[in-house]
Design a protein around this ligand. Structure first.
Ligand code: NCD
Length: 312
């Protein structure tokens, strides 16, 4: 995302400087909003929210981010919109544009839909999750949470564990984290860990695959647990939830084998008792609720940058 191309459709092509700029702006805006409350950086601007797939936290935090900066929100979701009557995404976007939307935030089940929309509209498009492809603002908020905790990502090892195949969070993090100097370990059951995932790290590498949770416990500074995404899964890909929890779930007994200062992350929504036990999710190593707060900070930075506002 540069001043000339203000859409944020993915992190694959965002270099370390552009990522750092967004994170610095997130930190600056978070401090300003904490000190001053709502600010008027985007006063008079309107953000069109197009959520064509269910979402609670991402949608809520984009809405909060827009309102914190003084922008108006024009919201449309799949239920209750004319898309259920066969209207195309393009028609829906044109309607919101006619009502004054100055940027779009799009969540859609189809890979590449934000890229397509960005080619057709004359305002910035921000990807809030496209199918199994990318979820750039989630990876940015994860990076911010890690930086808050460790100061820097340089030399840190971040393990991402679980349903890697269906996870746009994994893909965006595998692009981002190595660019800021971290090593990414991916671990998940065979059918959910497709071949070729190490290539996500790009020519510089930085992404490695492991085959059990126990293997990453001793190495990781952070454990990012993923939701089992049954809605995206072909039948027969997984045994029972109980068997998954026994092999791949993070519970207190397993956490005791991890590095003493490890932090535990999860993008939410959590399947408590499956990929993560409740006492771990709510325990002292968990930064899951900081992740949620950082979602607003990062989305403020992304919206302000997309609309060319002077963050200072
Ligand atoms: C993630 C998503 O939608 O990809 N959640 C989120 O944005 N809060 C992860 C998930 O659904 O498991």
């Amino acid at each position: 995302m540069t001043p000339s191309t203000t859409s944020l459709v993915g992190l694959r092509d965002l270099d370390a400087n552009a990522i750092r700029l967004l994170l610095d702006r997130a930190i600056a805006l978070r401090a300003r909003v904490r000190a001053e409350g709502r600010i008027d950086l985007l006063a008079g601007r309107s953000i069109g929210l197009l959520f064509m797939e269910p979402s609670t936290r991402t949608r809520f935090s984009f809405e909060m981010a827009a309102r914190n900066l003084g922008a108006d929100v024009l919201a449309m979701s799949a239920e209750g919109s004319s898309t259920t009557k066969g209207e195309t995404l393009w028609d829906t976007a044109k309607t919101l544009r006619a009502h004054g939307a100055d940027a779009f935030v799009l969540r859609h089940k189809c890979v590449g839909s934000p890229h397509q929309l960005a080619r057709r509209v004359d305002v910035p498009v921000i990807n809030a999750g496209d199918g199994i492809n990318e979820h750039p603002t989630q990876a940015l908020l994860d990076a911010l949470t890690l930086i808050d905790h460790f100061g820097s990502l340089e030399g840190r090892t971040i393990a991402i564990v679980g349903d890697l195949r269906h996870s746009r969070v994994t893909r965006s993090n595998a692009f981002l984290l190595p660019r800021l100097g971290a090593r990414v370990l991916l671990a998940g059951p065979g059918p959910l860990c497709p071949d070729g995932m190490t290539a996500l790290g790009g020519p510089g590498g930085g992404v490695e695959v492991r085959h059990t949770l126990d293997e990453v416990l001793g190495e990781a500074d952070a454990l990012m647990m993923l939701r089992i995404q049954r809605e995206r899964m072909a039948p027969g890909m997984l045994p029972s939830d109980a068997e998954y929890a026994a092999l791949w779930g993070l519970d207190a007994r397993r956490l005791a084998k991890a590095c003493p200062n490890v932090i535990v992350m999860h993008p939410g929504p959590m399947n408590r008792g499956i990929e993560i036990a409740s006492d771990v999710a709510d325990g002292p190593h968990s930064v899951i609720f900081q992740q949620k707060a950082n979602g607003v900070a990062v989305r403020m930075a992304v919206l302000a940058t997309a609309l060319g506002a002077e963050v200072g």
